[in-house]
Design a protein around this ligand. Structure first.
Ligand SMILES: Cc1cc2nc3c(=O)[nH]c(=O)nc-3n(C[C@H](O)[C@H](O)[C@H](O)COP(=O)(O)OP(=O)(O)OC[C@H]3O[C@@H](n4cnc5c(N)ncnc54)[C@H](O)[C@@H]3O)c2cc1C
Length: 435
């Protein structure tokens, strides 16, 4: 492997005007929301930075595709969560994007008919009971799973698990910690009609990135750090690692020396949840709800006690695409079967609700499988029961040379683009102070 210096695999000309490939102060690994915000901040504060990204694009888990359906389709992040503390909403408003608040229009089925008022009330009451039990345990800092504290919800148990676990956390009730969950902020959701990924890409265009450049080994035992990539090696004073917990846990990046035990343990308990949009382009107003409305239904089937069902965001942004979202263990299992299994499952459940007309209504379908995606290996991370300590541990730098940022390190808006962005800013500020 070539060592980076003048005239190496990273010629200065190949790098954008603000990058510094020679021996930068900091190498940022990953050009998702965390890596981009960190790089911009580090440069603003006078440090030289090289950002390396294994993929052929920036954005990581926030990406708007327009090639599949010919209209904006967010393969990953779509909601701009917690508007009150989400800088991307203001960025969109200031830069001519069509930003709007998420409406709440919903159609909910029990079998092949609309739910009755009593059924809807029973569902709401069951959800409220679950959220109250999880919140109460979280408030008491109990590092136990929702499965340990949520009361028996009878007929609504699987449906609530889907809505509050798999759909929100990308995990079932037995796989995350109430104490960790409780640290997350909540607020109003907004949308960007052009797609969250398009908005992010616009915001990131000022940051030069070395694409198709994968970190393979990070040597941090001596002075500074050395990063071996598929395109050569880089030396720097510090490295900021922003890859997902899925990538870190899979040992795709080798650390020499290995990560300290406590850090490795944090990586091991901050596990990835699984979550996919099974996107359908449907004719007409199939669900009879407005743009960005929801379709849900009572779940009666499980797969090893994980709810086997989906929640749909209908006609997202008015572009005709419906995101049928599966999460948790069921999403992980479906990933093993491939995207055609996911499609078949959604169509089969839609037929139970609406009859066979659904098949004629589908123009096209697509799923991006985040579990199989080598550069992510899951959707987003949360602490396993007993692991609520792990985010703080992950944030802690090692030897002032090895730094971590990304959604999993966020203090209060983990699992979001905004949280990843803020974690990058925070890490950059600390790096500047330290080195
Ligand atoms: C299906 C899905 C739906 C979601 N929905 C929402 C939502 O509605 N709203 C919301 O706010 N958030 C949502 N999220 C979460 C959100 O997308 C993430 O929290 C956020 O984008 C993570 O940003 P990040 O910078 O931490 O990580 P990433 O975006 O994963 O960035 C890390 C980067 O590192 C790169 N990389 C990996 N390995 C290497 C390597 N060895 N060398 C170099 N580069 C490497 C990756 O390619 C990637 O670009 C969703 C996520 C998924 C998957």
């Amino acid at each position: 492997m070539a060592t980076l210096g003048a005239g190496t695999l990273f010629p200065q000309a190949a790098i954008g005007r603000t990058a510094s490939a020679g021996n930068p102060d900091v190498v940022v690994v990953g050009a998702g929301a965390a890596g981009i915000s960190a790089a911009r901040e580090l440069r603003k504060r006078g440090l030289s930075v090289t950002v390396i990204e294994a993929d052929n694009r920036t954005g990581g888990r926030v990406f708007t595709d327009t090639s599949v359906f010919g209209v904006p389709y967010d393969t990953g992040a779509h909601w701009l969560h917690y508007r009150e503390a989400n800088p991307f909403v203001d960025y969109g408003l200031e830069n001519g994007f069509d930003m709007y608040r998420a409406p709440d229009d919903e159609r909910f089925h029990v079998g092949d008919r609309a739910a009755t008022t009593e059924e809807l009330q029973a569902f709401q009451a069951a959800k409220a009971a679950a959220v109250q039990a999880i919140s109460e345990a979280g408030r008491q800092n109990r590092d136990v799973s929702p499965a340990d504290v949520v009361p028996d919800l009878g007929d609504w148990s699987l449906t609530v698990n889907l809505h509050e676990g798999a759909y929100e956390m990308a995990k079932d009730f037995d796989r995350f910690s109430c104490a960790d969950w409780y640290t997350g902020e909540d607020g109003t959701d907004w949308y960007c009609r052009e797609g969250f990924g398009a908005l992010f890409a616009h915001s990131a265009r000022d940051v030069a990135v070395e694409l198709n450049t994968r970190a393979e080994t990070i040597r941090w035992g001596g002075q500074g750090v050395e990063i071996d990539t598929n395109r050569g090696s880089l030396r720097a004073r510090a490295v900021l690692i922003t890859v997902s917990m899925g990538v870190l846990a899979s040992n795709e990046i080798r650390f020499d020396p290995p990560l300290p035990d406590k850090k490795q343990e944090a990586v091991n308990v901050l596990t990835m949840g699984h979550y996919h949009h099974i996107a359908l382009h449907l004719k007409d107003n199939f669900f009879g709800v407005g743009e960005d409305g929801y379709f849900g239904y009572r779940i009666t089937e499980d797969s090893d006690s994980a709810p086997a069902g989906f929640v749909a965001l209908v006609n997202a942004g008015g572009h005709g695409i419906t995101y049928c979202d599966i999460g948790g263990e069921f999403a992980r299992e479906m990933s093993a079967g491939g995207v055609s299994d996911m499609h078949d499952f959604v169509i089969s459940d839609l037929k139970k609700a609406f009859g066979s007309s659904v098949e004629k209504a589908v123009i096209k379908s697509h799923t991006f499988d985040w579990t199989r995606h080598r550069l992510t290996q899951g959707a987003y991370a949360s602490a396993e029961p007993g692991g609520a300590w792990s985010r703080a541990e992950l944030r802690r730098p090692e030897a002032d040379r090895l730094w971590f940022a990304g959604e999993a390190t966020s203090i209060d808006d983990w699992a979001t683009v905004a949280g990843a962005h803020k974690s990058g800013l925070a890490a950059a500020a600390q790096i500047v102070e330290t080195i």
